[in-house]
Design a protein around this ligand. Structure first.
Ligand code: PEP
Ligand code: MN
Length: 345
């Protein structure tokens, strides 16, 4: 942390700041320039972060040097974190191959889920995702089938061998969802639900963390830090579009977030082209852009009859178009020396 003093700061102002820094256990290094003096503070920045240094009238600004996230930072781990979605098979998300997770926005019934599961598996998806508890903007919209849908997910896993991913909305659901799901999804609207982040940090299952609608990348990584700091190191990030002034698409996919995050953190990064696009015809090109930008995989909404889906039908691919997407993803991946992840045996 660097403390920049105002040009009119006196020697006694400087002394007070230096003493404060020293009292916090950091070592101050004073550097006098032509017009202003700065104090470089060596030591644990977190201690200084907790003190309102700007309340010293002679302090003009504070420049942090260290990242506020530690466990999520690239410096913490030179090797990429690889998150296995289930206990069998080798590899995992982050191993270089493209991992595609697919399924309906909501689990609407047993038959439809089994049909989607068989179909996405055949097309090359490595995991099945289906919403059991759905976050909906309106309380009158369909909010998921609840616990029955967990049973359908378990049956689909049994029949196909695909690990299952589903969202937890609330700390009270973590126990019941974690009993069945292989991966717990935290939705965009819950990215800063700190109690929920801490709760899933206590669970030994991977967490798929979606970026909040208006979260900065720093806030996104700090949300991941909540989970990591509770001891759960199996975190997968998912960029799903943010809210900007642009209204043509449902959200604006922040494509630059992919290469940025790949540099800034060792955690794997997925793209969700479905929520970003909000409409079926744009899902595949956005997905391809995500893979081209270096994403570790995709999260794609797929439905046997999207026009009759109970949630997010407009953006859901038919099973057939999902197959086409997979073929194109494979070609983009190959152009970059990558391949689709094999399905766990
Ligand atoms: C979803 O994945 O179906 C969903 C609700 O996503 P998000 O939290 O990104 O809006
Ligand atoms: Mn959805």
């Amino acid at each position: 942390m660097i403390v920049v003093m105002r040009p009119d700061a006196t020697e006694s102002d400087l002394e007070r700041v230096v003493e404060k820094v020293r009292n916090l256990g950091l070592t101050p290094h004073v550097s006098r320039g032509v017009s202003r003096t700065i104090v470089g503070c060596i030591g644990d920045e977190d201690r200084l972060r907790e003190v309102p240094m700007l309340s010293f009238p002679a302090v003009e600004t504070i420049i942090p040097v260290e990242k506020p996230y530690k466990l999520a930072a690239r410096e913490f781990s030179a090797a990429d974190t690889v998150v296995k979605l289930c206990c069998n098979g080798t590899g995992g998300v982050g191993d270089g191959a493209v991992h595609v997770i697919a399924g309906p926005c909501s689990v609407e019934g047993r038959a439809m889920l089994l049909q989607v599961a068989e179909s996405v598996k055949k097309a090359g998806a490595v995991a099945l995702r289906g919403g059991v508890f759905k976050p909906r903007t309106s309380p009158y919209s369909f909010r998921g089938l609840g616990p029955d849908a967990l049973e359908y997910l378990a049956e689909a896993r049994e029949k196909t061998g695909l690990p299952v991913v589903t969202e937890v909305l609330d700390t009270r659901q973590v126990g019941i969802v974690a009993q069945t799901a292989d991966v717990l999804q935290i939705g965009a609207r819950n990215m800063q639900n700190f109690a929920l982040l801490s709760e899933v940090g206590e669970v030994g299952k991977p967490v798929l963390l979606k970026r909040g609608l208006s979260a900065t990348l720093e806030e996104f990584l700090l949300a991941a830090e909540y989970i990591l700091s509770r001891g759960n190191r199996k975190v997968i990030l998912c960029e799903r579009g943010i809210r900007t002034f642009e209204r043509a698409l449902r959200f604006t996919l922040d494509i630059g977030a992919v290469p940025f995050l790949k540099k800034e953190t060792h955690l794997p990064v997925l793209i969700d082209p479905s929520h970003a696009a909000g409409r079926r015809d744009l899902v595949t090109p956005i997905a391809l852009a995500g893979v081209a930008a270096g994403a570790d995989g995709l999260l794609v909404e797929t439905h046997p009859d999207p026009d009759r889906a109970r949630s997010d039908g407009d953006q859901s691919l038919t099973l057939q178009s999902f197959g086409v997407l997979m073929k194109q993803v494979e070609r983009i991946a190959a152009a970059l020396g990558r391949s689709l992840a094999p399905i766990a045996a």
